[in-house]
Design a protein around this ligand. Structure first.
Ligand code: FE
Ligand code: FE
Ligand code: FE
Ligand code: ZN
Length: 156
C-alpha cells in the first residue's frame, strides 16, 4: 500500500467487513437487551446497517472493485467485548454495558467513515464522498441516540 487510492480501497474493505460483522452481531445484542427502547434502537440500527452494506457496494462500484471484506481486528475486538458483556452482564449493568459497547462500535465507524469520505474527496471521487458522508451521518445520529438513551433512561 503506497498510494492514497490503495489506502482508500483497503479501508473500504475494512469497513465492509466491519459492517457485515456488525449486522451479524446486532440481533444478538437486541435479544440480550432488556430495555425496550434500547432494543428498538438496536433493531433500527440493524436495518440501517443493512442499508449501509448496500451503500458500500455502490462505493466499490465507483472505483471498479468487487466488494469484499478484509479482516478488521478492531471491529472483531469491539464485538468480542460486546459478547463478553452479554455473558457477564446482569440487571442494570447489562443494558448499560451493551449500550456502551454499541457506542464503542459507533465511534470506530465514525472514525473510519470520517477518514474515508475525506480521502474520497482528495481522490476526486465526489460520488463516494457523498455516499460515505451519508453513512457517516447515520453513524453519528445512532451514537447521539444512544447517548440520549443512556442519560435519560439506561443509566438511571
Ligand atoms: Fe455502520
Ligand atoms: Fe479496521
Ligand atoms: Fe475496550
Ligand atoms: Zn453503526
Amino acid at each position: 500500500m503506497k498510494t492514497l487510492a490503495e489506502l482508500f480501497e483497503h479501508t473500504l474493505k475494512d469497513v465492509y467487513y466491519a459492517e457485515n460483522a456488525i449486522a451479524k452481531a446486532l440481533p444478538k445484542v437486541s435479544a440480550a437487551a432488556k430495555n425496550p427502547e434500547l432494543k428498538k434502537a438496536v433493531n433500527h440500527h440493524l436495518e440501517e446497517t443493512k442499508g449501509q452494506i448496500e451503500t458500500l457496494k455502490k462505493v466499490f462500484k465507483t472505483i471498479d472493485v468487487r466488494p469484499e471484506g478484509v479482516k478488521c481486528d478492531a471491529a472483531d475486538g469491539l464485538l468480542k467485548e460486546a459478547a463478553g458483556v452479554m455473558e457477564e452482564g446482569e440487571g442494570v449493568a447489562l443494558d448499560a454495558g451493551l449500550l456502551a459497547a454499541c457506542q464503542a462500535v459507533e465511534h470506530y465507524e465514525i472514525a473510519r467513515y470520517g477518514s474515508l469520505r475525506e480521502w474520497a474527496k482528495v481522490l476526486g471521487n465526489e460520488q463516494a464522498h457523498i455516499l460515505l458522508s451519508e453513512i457517516l451521518d447515520q453513524e453519528k445520529a445512532a451514537n447521539s441516540k444512544l447517548t440520549n438513551l443512556a442519560v435519560t433512561a439506561i443509566n438511571k
